[in-house]
Design a protein around this ligand. Structure first.
Ligand code: ADP
Ligand code: ADP
Ligand code: ZN
Length: 212
């Protein structure tokens, strides 16, 4: 099962992708998590990516596409991609790489949330840079304030989740990523869920799409 998560920054792609990965036993691959792990590790890739991420811009396709292709190379049983593709050239590269192996994306799930809800979601998001877990101070708080339930590390407000940067990321989303909805509609694999519902209800909608 090869699944792509579409949606604005903060729509809940990561939250739902983790649930999908667990239920259907496929890897969750988040390009944002890969970049953040590289920044934390001080790699060259991380340093390149950081300058773009801090400004709310996309990391250039020539960096991102190669990195993602390396990561999915040996995942033959499928995966859920969270945060990739984000541009038409990224989507085309993925389609082409899969076609070369006689494969295709099975589902592109668009988690639909209007811009008005996004700023709130992002300012309340808390991230664990240790294990990639995400929380929300109101909607999904950790057991102990400021500490990751899973690995015990301190939670942070991501630099790019500050309101100024979120506005920029939303602009970038509308310009560069939203066109992917039509791209996958044309490919006849698009499914939509209402991302404004509570997390469990959104997941229920996704299970109805993917099957038990
Ligand atoms: P969110 O889940 O809030 O949308 P991500 O963790 O997916 O954020 O991404 C954080 C940042 O990492 C993006 O704003 C962008 O700078 C960079 N990034 C992640 N995925 C991609 C991608 N596919 N192409 C380009 N940049 C990306
Ligand atoms: P994305 O990966 O699309 O950027 P996240 O999954 O990280 O989004 O979710 C963004 C923030 O909103 C997080 O703090 C998360 O806990 C919270 N969140 C996710 N889904 C919902 C939901 N359905 N209702 C309320 N808050 C949510
Ligand atoms: Zn953690």
């Amino acid at each position: 099962m090869k699944i792509i998560m579409l949606g604005a920054p903060g729509a809940g792609k990561g939250t739902q992708a983790k649930k999908i990965a667990e239920k259907y036993q496929i890897p969750h691959i988040s390009t944002g998590d890969i970049f953040r792990a590289n920044i934390k590790g001080g790699t060259e890739l991380g340093m390149k990516a950081k300058t773009f991420m801090d400004q709310g811009m996309l990391v250039p396709d020539e960096i991102t596409i190669g990195m993602l292709m390396d990561r999915i190379g040996h995942c033959i049983n499928g995966y859920v991609l969270d945060g990739f593709p984000r541009t038409i050239p990224q989507a085309e590269s993925l389609t082409k790489a899969l076609a070369e192996r006689g494969e295709k994306v099975d589902y592109a799930i668009n988690v639909d949330v209007p811009d008005e809800n996004i700023i709130n979601r992002m300012s309340g998001r808390r991230a664990c840079l240790g294990c990639g877990a995400t929380y929300h101070i109101t909607f999904n708080p950790p057991v102990k304030e400021g500490i990751c339930d899973t690995c015990g590390q301190e939670l942070v407000l991501r630099d790019d989740d500050k309101p100024e940067t979120v506005k920029k990321r939303l602009d970038v989303y509308h310009q560069q990523t939203q066109p992917l909805i039509d791209y996958y509609k044309n490919a006849e694999v698009l499914a939509e869920v209402d991302g404004t519902q509570p997390m469990d209800a959104v997941f229920q909608g996704i299970v109805e799409i993917l099957g038990e």
